[in-house]
Design a protein around this ligand. Structure first.
Ligand SMILES: N[C@@H](CC(=O)c1ccccc1NC=O)C(=O)O
Length: 291
């Protein structure tokens, strides 16, 4: 976990700026393009699927989720819970439904979870909120048969934290059957030394306590199948984090695959989930149908 310690501040900043690594778009336009594409995809999903939007899972303003129901939902159904990225400080559930169309047409519900981003939300709060959203779903929707987590970037980090939850205080144990972690960050320590922490304001202790890499231990039972996905054009640091995290999980007895997707960057690696023909869409559908 150590190479980053030898980097200059500028180099580290570069490595943790996903917008600087795409051969497709330049750094000043790629984030806006990502917002536009995911917002349009979400609008399309909301227009075509049956939905329950802004469902409160807690008392806080930010504690709401959107449900995209399967086209045929007379019986039980699996659910993919999508946790958005945005470096724990931007984006929201309102542009996070774009992955729904190919899934709902195959009988899978999609839930886009909202959480309080920084500076309003603290790292501990975000992790707790996502955990509570799962407990809520299990209690409120008995039709759900099997939960699959999918998170992008900061959302992959939050999904990974959910895998290491002691559910006793939540009074329910969600049946998490799989997790798809896309271009995530699993060790938060390097982030402390970058602009990313300006809004997050994490101490070293908070960063360590919320680093999935530090929770991988053989003592934690291997709960579900994990797919760690990384983009060809993610930065070397992002690629290293995915490699090391997947190796650590495997060494601890988890069933893990590392999927290194060619020809995509940090942003279109997730945007393309709106397409039925995208390889990751098919891999996810396959994971769900095998269970
Ligand atoms: N300032 C960051 C922004 C960023 O990382 C980001 C933006 C939108 C969606 C996901 C992102 N990355 C991780 O959560 C960058 O340089 O790309």
């Amino acid at each position: 976990m150590g190479g980053w310690r030898d980097m200059s501040a500028e180099a580290l900043e570069d490595q943790y700026s996903p917008s600087r690594w795409s051969p497709r778009l330049d750094r000043d336009t790629i984030i806006d393009a990502h917002l536009a594409v995911t917002a349009a995809g979400t609008e399309r999903a909301r227009a075509s699927a049956q939905t329950s939007l802004h469902v409160p899972y807690g008392k806080g303003d930010g504690e709401k989720l959107d449900i995209y129901f399967p086209t045929d939902h007379s019986g039980t159904f699996p659910v993919l819970v999508y946790i958005h990225g945005g470096y724990w400080q931007c984006l929201s559930k309102d542009e996070s439904g774009f992955a729904a169309p190919p899934l709902v047409s195959q009988g899978v519900a999609v839930v886009a979870v909202g959480y309080d981003t920084a500076p309003r939300g603290h790292m501990d709060t975000m992790v707790l909120q996502v955990r509570r959203s799962l407990a809520f779903l299990v209690e409120q929707y008995p039709e759900i048969r099997g939960i699959y987590l999918c998170g992008h970037s900061a959302g992959a980090h939050l999904a990974a934290m959910v895998l290491f939850t002691d559910w006793t205080e939540f009074h329910v144990v969600p049946d998490i059957k799989g997790a798809v972690l896309v271009s995530g960050v699993y060790d938060l320590e390097p982030i402390l030394h970058t602009y990313v922490n300006d809004a997050l304001n994490m101490s070293r202790e908070v960063a360590q306590r919320n680093s999935p890499m530090r929770h991988v231990a053989p003592a934690v039972p291997a709960a579900c199948e994990v797919l760690v996905v990384v983009a060809q054009h993610d930065s070397p640091e992002f690629r290293r984090q995915s490699q090391e995290y997947s190796q650590a999980l495997r060494a601890a007895g988890w069933s893990v695959s590392l999927l290194d997707l060619a020809s995509v960057d940090h942003f279109d690696v997730i945007e393309k989930l709106s397409e039925n023909s995208y390889i990751l869409t098919q891999v996810i559908l396959n994971m769900i149908s095998r269970a």
